[in-house]
Design a protein. Structure first.
Length: 101
């Protein structure tokens, strides 16, 4: 699966140096797998959640729940990274609830 908007991840690695290894690991896994559904993605990333108001987004826990990576999935071709924040900042930005599966 192709990861789009790696520039945002590079910015996150500079801003949150403790998350570098976890971000690189996430990118490696995403480029290795080709899930065709949220169910298959959840088998690789058990803590992943569906979120969003106007569009369906996927939220990944990064570095043991310290950070959140929000992406738009285009199964099984690509994932577009939309946002990367500390857990506390994510909670302020995304006040919506998880989507029902």
């Amino acid at each position: 699966m192709q990861v789009l908007n790696k520039r945002l991840l590079d910015q996150a690695k500079r801003k949150y140096s403790d998350a570098r290894k976890a971000i690189d690991c996430w990118v490696f896994l995403m480029e290795t797998i080709q899930p065709v559904s949220f169910f298959e993605l959840k088998q690789v990333f058990p803590a992943v959640d569906l979120v969003g108001e106007n569009e369906v987004l996927v939220c990944f826990d990064i570095k043991g729940n310290h950070y959140r990576l929000v992406a738009k999935m285009n199964y099984p071709v690509s994932t577009l990274v939309k946002d990367f924040d500390k857990h506390s900042e994510y909670e302020r930005k995304y006040k919506f609830k998880r989507r029902k599966r």
